[in-house]
Design a protein around this ligand. Structure first.
Ligand SMILES: [Zn+2]
Ligand SMILES: [Zn+2]
Length: 98
């Protein structure tokens, strides 16, 4: 893969790859409260865009589409790839697949 990777400087982890999650997943890192973990079917990407169960419910109401409404609700936030993994671990454990 020759994709240009954009990096982010994380206060905790230093320079890492930039990832995108909903603000609720980002918040769960501070609160420690799991909110569910959903992500894009992007098998080439080790850090596909991710969102919580509430966001998933909004997306379902929008007929499964990401549009202005669902994106506004998600409030997409940047995380470093290490923070992303932490959020994934915290939330994936409690996530029940349908
Ligand atoms: Zn969310
Ligand atoms: Zn980090």
């Amino acid at each position: 893969m020759n994709e240009e990777e954009s990096n982010i400087f994380c206060e905790l982890h230093g320079e890492r790859q930039t990832t995108f999650v909903c603000e609720h997943l980002a918040e769960s890192l501070c609160t420690g409260q799991p909110v569910g973990f959903w992500c894009a079917d992007d098998y080439d990407n080790p850090y596909p865009d991710a969102w919580c169960s509430e966001c998933e419910a909004v997306v379902q109401k929008r007929h499964g589409e990401w549009d202005d409404v669902s994106e506004a609700f998600a409030g997409i936030t940047l995380l470093c790839s290490d923070c992303y993994n932490q959020a994934k671990e915290l939330n994936f454990r409690t996530h029940k697949s349908p």
